[in-house]
Design a protein. Structure first.
Length: 93
C-alpha cells in the first residue's frame, strides 16, 4: 500500500479573509439580516487543510509552532487506530 504512512500535524492560523467571509455571510440570508449569529459562528473552531510548503501566503497565516498529533503506520495499523485523542501544546509567535 502506498503511501504506507500518514501523519497529522496541528498549528494555529489567522485567516482574516475567511473570518470576514464568515461574518459577512450572515448579514443577508434571503433578505433577512441574521448578523446576530456572527458572534456565535466566529467562536466555533474552523478546521481546514493548509499546505504551507511552497505557498508563502499560507505559510504567513501560521501563527504558532506545529505539533504532530498522530503518526499512523498504514500497513500494520488496525481499524480502531484511527479513533484517537492527543494532547498537544502550541507556542504562539
Amino acid at each position: 500500500m502506498l503511501p504506507d504512512r500518514a501523519q497529522i500535524f496541528i498549528a494555529a492560523i489567522e485567516d482574516e479573509p475567511e473570518k470576514r467571509r464568515r461574518s459577512q455571510f450572515w448579514k443577508n440570508q434571503y433578505g433577512v439580516d441574521m448578523s446576530i449569529m456572527t458572534n456565535v459562528v466566529l467562536k466555533e473552531p474552523c478546521i481546514d487543510y493548509l499546505n504551507a510548503h511552497g505557498d508563502q501566503q499560507c505559510a504567513d497565516m501560521i501563527c504558532s509552532d506545529y505539533c504532530k498529533i498522530i503518526d499512523l503506520d498504514l500497513v500494520h495499523m488496525k481499524k480502531g487506530d484511527v479513533n484517537f485523542s492527543s494532547q498537544y501544546k502550541l507556542k504562539f509567535n
